[in-house]
Write a protein that binds this ligand. Structure first.
Ligand code: SF4
Length: 449
């Protein structure tokens, strides 16, 4: 992108202690598997070649370990910083958080002490994308630090002002695939249902900047009714993802009405809520709302944590309440340059998510959306992160690394390469620690029964 990013990982120094700590021998290695396989293969009519000794292979892809940069600055998520004197009752009311969002330059500067660059970017991006930050999310920022991952995600940056010919207003061609306004239908069995243009915080990396925050794109009641009728008569639709904007900006009554009407459609088997409220407005998940969500089955909630600095006790409570209400939780992280594009940060985040019953589901490569190129990372970085996670956290903590292809091509997933060599049915793999192992494919049995 156009500006040398202050947090460019190439300038980060590896932390030798962290690197050392993260190389424990896994309790059951693929070396064990190789030994077991070689024993089993003795009975085989075509003995495999001597299994390769587990050797220290040439180093695998360079892992940018580093240290997770920045735990949550407001660990309990209560009133803090400029809001220290706000009564807890007010602070914990989501309507108070919404009503007191920071939107104007003067208010934000007073509360967050903008740098000259941030102030300049704010002024120059005024017509490009709105700014809104809940006091709660702002309380997670490191005051005056332009590299703070929360600031980078929620305050305008100079990078938004540069545009490139390959950027697209609608990178996923969502508008082109709308049978009726507000419904994107790209796969036979599932749809995205756009139900609001509002969000508590407008993320600077949002892929729907073209419409989110724009009252002109608001999903009016009539449009939602038309969408419901379309779903009811389209019997191939089994899976509905409510999105926006953030559907949790609807009132409890409107949200529950929508969920129940979807659940009443016989062919709708799965309902999903895409929401960043657990991250930016965890107070939204009141006991009353979660009690009512219990009646909607099955309900999947996809949230969007990007950094351990977002992992406060308040966010944990939101996840726990949703999980207790029977929701199935998954996290969709977006890989953002200078925010979370290092393995240690993602590992720390994913460990926290699993502790709170939220499974890391996707790491998305940032889309080719207009004004977010400064956030994009090389594809190899995502692969390196997956490689790093693989040996250091159980499979539940290793998400899919996905690109949502431009033009409506849909999602594809990328995985690190582990095949070193193949000779017929004899394969050689490299594990995540750079060691090689032999494996005899079952194809050998079919070739020589
Ligand atoms: S919460 Fe989602 S839809 Fe809203 S601004 Fe952030 S990324 Fe965009």
């Amino acid at each position: 992108m156009q500006h040398p990013h202050p947090a460019d990982a190439s300038s980060r120094k590896p932390d030798p202690s962290a690197a050392h700590a993260e190389h424990p021998a896994p309790p059951h290695t693929t070396e064990d598997n190789a030994a077991a396989n070689s024993t089993g293969a003795d009975a085989h009519p075509t003995p495999p070649p001597e299994p390769e000794r587990a050797t220290v292979a040439p180093p695998g892809p360079p892992l940018r370990r580093g240290k997770a940069h920045g735990a949550c600055p407001n660990p309990n998520g209560g009133p803090a910083g400029p809001w220290t004197d706000v009564p807890e009752d007010d602070w914990n009311r989501w309507t108070w958080q919404q009503a007191n969002r920071l939107r104007r330059l003067d208010d934000i500067d007073r509360a967050l002490h903008l740098t000259d660059d941030e102030r300049d970017a704010f002024v120059r991006s005024a017509n490009l994308f709105d700014v809104a930050v809940t006091p709660y999310y702002a309380s997670l920022m490191r005051t005056g630090d332009p590299r703070c991952p929360i600031r980078l995600q929620s305050l305008p940056q100079k990078g938004e002002l540069a545009h490139f010919p390959f950027e697209l207003d609608d990178p996923l061609a969502e508008e082109e695939h709308m049978p009726v306004p507000g419904i994107t239908y790209r796969y036979p069995d599932r749809i995205l249902f756009y139900v609001t243009h509002n969000c508590p915080v407008y993320c600077r990396h949002c892929t729907r900047k073209r419409k989110v925050a724009d009252p002109g794109s608001a999903a009016a009641r009539l449009q939602i009714e038309e969408g419901l009728r379309w779903i009811a008569r389209t019997t191939t639709v089994r899976d509905v993802l409510l999105s926006g904007g953030d559907p949790l900006t609807l009132s409890d009554d409107r949200l529950l009405d929508l969920l129940h009407r979807l659940a009443d459609i016989p062919h709708v088997e799965v309902i999903r809520l895409g929401t960043r409220n657990p991250v930016t407005l965890p107070q939204r998940f009141t006991p009353e709302l979660c009690q009512r969500l219990r009646d909607v089955r099955p309900l999947y909630v996809h949230t969007h944590f990007n950094h351990p600095a977002e992992c406060s006790a308040a966010a944990a409570t939101a996840l726990e309440r949703l999980a207790d209400a029977g929701c199935v939780l998954g996290n969709q992280m977006v890989l953002l340059r200078g925010v979370n594009d290092d393995p240690a940060t993602v590992l720390e985040l994913n460990r926290w998510l699993l502790r709170h019953r939220c499974r890391p589901y996707y790491i998305f490569q940032a889309d080719m959306a207009r004004g977010i190129t400064h956030f994009r990372t090389p594809l190899q970085r995502g692969l390196d992160i997956i490689e790093h996670l693989r040996g250091r956290i159980g499979g539940m903590g290793v998400p899919h690394f996905a690109i949502d292809l431009p033009g409506g091509g849909g999602k594809i997933t990328l995985t690190p390469e582990h095949v070193v060599h193949r000779d017929g049915n004899h394969w050689t793999f490299r594990n995540t620690f750079g060691r090689t192992f032999s494996f005899v494919d079952a194809g050998a049995l079919e070739d020589d029964p």
